[in-house]
Design a protein around this ligand. Structure first.
Ligand code: ZN
Length: 222
């Protein structure tokens, strides 16, 4: 009993970022645990706009801000360019996109031209490792490689520094977090299982096709 209480207390003591950070993957035709439909996405963005909630860069997520949210997209799917970007631009909004660099150019994923187009449109680009690896399962050496190689590839393609990271599967351990810091990342995001208010392990709230508008509104007003 006492042990359960300790576990509960510990997840609460990790805290949360000053600005809520949302975690999307894909916007597409069919709603599922991974994909939000274009209609759902439009409804969510329109609600943010009508509520006067600003979409901040992830780089600003550590500064308290009363009416703001950070939108993030993992996995670098091609709909980032065809569906997400047009919806954001129409409303003057922004998001951060996390790219597994070895998947760039694969069927269904962004090309490097696509990644550069997102960046040129004012979107933030971050690493999602090289191979979409579950970093907690890898040796320290392999973790280092995934973190450094993906950062280097993005910086070479974008001709700009990259210091944002999303842990694949939102899976992170203390040694992985420390390796990310050592590799030169300034901000790294995970999910509800690990994340908190630590700049290198920030909590994100998942948004999928199964998320209702009410749940979305609650997540943003945390
Ligand atoms: Zn992912």
């Amino acid at each position: 009993m006492r042990w359960i209480l300790l576990v509960l207390l510990c997840s609460a003591c990790r805290g949360k970022p000053p600005v809520p950070i949302l975690n999307y993957h894909s916007v597409g035709a069919q709603a599922d645990g991974y994909t939000v439909t274009e209609a759902q996405f439009a409804q969510q963005l329109d609600w943010l706009q009508s509520a006067g909630i600003e979409t901040l860069p992830l780089h600003d997520a550590l500064n308290p801000h009363a009416r703001a949210v950070v939108l993030t997209f993992d996995d670098g799917k091609e709909d980032a360019l065809t569906r997400v970007l047009p919806a954001l631009r129409r409303r003057g909004m922004r998001a951060a996109f996390f790219i597994p660099t070895a998947l760039v150019g694969q069927p269904g994923y962004l090309t490097w031209d696509g990644v550069r187009a997102l960046s040129a449109a004012g979107m933030e680009i971050g690493s999602h490792s090289v191979d979409h690896a579950r970093l907690a399962d890898l040796t320290d050496e392999k973790v280092r490689e995934e973190l450094i190689e993906s950062k280097r590839a993005l910086e070479a393609q974008l001709h700009a520094p990259v210091d944002l990271l999303a842990y694949p599967y939102n899976s992170v351990r203390r040694r992985v977090r420390d390796a990310a810091e050592k590799a030169g990342y300034r901000i790294a995001v995970s999910g509800v299982a690990h994340g908190g208010s630590d700049a290198l392990d920030l909590l994100r709230i998942s948004v999928s096709g199964l998320t209702t508008l009410e749940q979305f509104q609650r997540a943003v007003s945390h």
